[in-house]
Design a protein around this ligand. Structure first.
Ligand SMILES: NCc1[nH]cc(CCC(=O)O)c1CC(=O)O
Length: 375
């Protein structure tokens, strides 16, 4: 029990269980005791904890704020295509489009001007280039290497990341090669290594394996280093769950799985410890950052990894999460700007350093509008 003179005030519970001899306060029954107005001004009332003092003004709140959000924490995903020279809106992701390479460069410049400094590219690949082995994924003249080179030429300071997985190039819509109806691990890794080296040659700053094959981070690190790409980092999608929240993304890229689902390689949403196994393996294999995906339903996973690994953590606020906020906002049921900025801050509180979000540039714009680029 806390003595009446102790610097930490007793909580209501402690007060209610306190030895009556040390105070004039006599607890009556349970919670009612805490609101007994007859005790105004007595020892308990004056010793009551008042956390609201630290929230009394904007000045005080900013003094004791624990977490901050800046545009530099945000990474903007950009969908790219060459089916036509049109920017094609994505119906299930209002505000997002399949960009041409020229409009992609404009998106990068726009983000950079607002303080968003990192971008990740996702290609929509025409059906006639898709095969089971997904060899188009390492074509040096393919859409991604050319896009990376254009971004780096236009904005050398921008951090350009690419997604490493076979699904946009797979005629099966899977992240790996399919043999006898199964997604085969080790053969897939060989393709992923070629893909990563191809992107590194084009100038990518980071490659992001999103395929969830076993052992791919170590293999990618060796393949990159063997060609001298020691400065190219790996943001590993460490804890990537088999999630329904990816639906609008698969619409955007026309990459829905051709058969079955992705549950033999992406994680079971019921599992938390498994994420720690994946994260610690990826760290040991040489990942530079670890990613958790999707975002809000998996904040506990971010926290659990944060508590055991010291690498930076990225969180992916995925397409379905974006679509749900958009839908709610379009109905007028939620305040889009407030909900987005709150959501992004919550990622930071959970322990994420970097947040991949389709809202990156909009959020940076909102922060800039308020003249407060650090929330
Ligand atoms: N491997 C592809 C990939 N990379 C990122 C996403 C989803 C991103 C989003 O939903 O915003 C996916 C989809 C999937 O695994 O099916």
């Amino acid at each position: 029990l806390v003595a009446p003179s102790a610097p930490r005030m007793p909580t209501a519970l402690q007060a209610a269980t306190k030895d009556p001899a040390t105070t004039s306060y006599q607890p009556t029954e349970g919670a009612n005791a805490a609101v007994d107005t007859n005790n105004k001004g007595d020892a308990w009332v004056s010793q009551m904890q008042r956390p609201r003092r630290n929230r009394k003004s904007a000045g005080v709140r900013s003094m004791v704020r624990e977490n901050f959000l800046t545009p530099a924490n945000l990474m903007q995903p950009i969908f790219i295509h060459e089916d036509s020279d049109q920017v094609v809106p994505i119906p299930s992701m209002p505000g997002q489009s399949r960009h041409t390479l020229d409009s992609m460069v404009e998106q990068v410049k726009k983000g950079m001007a607002l303080g968003v400094k990192s971008f990740i590219l996702f290609p929509k690949v025409p059906d006639d280039l898709k095969t089971n082995f997904a060899d188009e994924c390492y074509n040096p003249d393919g859409i991604v290497p050319r896009a990376v080179a254009m971004c780096k030429a236009a904005c050398p300071e921008a951090t350009i990341c690419t997604d490493i997985a076979l699904d946009p190039y797979s005629d099966q819509g899977h992240d790996g090669i399919v043999l006898d109806g199964k997604i085969v691990n080790d053969m897939t890794i060989e393709q992923l290594c070629k893909q990563a080296v191809c992107h590194a040659r084009a100038g990518a700053d980071f490659v992001g394996p999103s395929d969830m094959m076993d052992g791919r981070v170590g293999a990618l690190r060796m393949a990159l280093d063997a060609e001298g790409h020691t400065d190219v980092g790996i943001i590993s999608y460490s804890a990537k769950y088999a999630s329904a929240f990816y639906g609008p993304f698969r619409d955007a890229l026309d990459s829905h799985p051709g058969f079955g689902d992705k549950k033999t390689y992406q994680q079971d949403p019921a599992n938390g410890r498994e994420a720690i196994i994946e994260a610690t393996l990826d760290a040991a294999e040489g990942a530079d950052m670890l990613m958790v995906k999707p975002g809000v339903p998996y904040l506990d996973v971010i926290r659990r990894i944060r508590d055991v690994v010291d690498l930076p953590i990225a969180a992916y606020h995925v397409s379905g999460e974006y679509a749900m906020i958009k839908a709610g906002a379009e109905k007028g049921w939620v305040d889009e700007k407030a909900i987005v900025l709150e959501t992004l801050m919550c990622f930071r509180r959970a322990g994420a350093d970097v947040i991949l979000t389709y809202y990156a540039t909009d959020a940076a714009q909102w922060m800039n509008d308020e003249g407060n680029v650090c929330l």
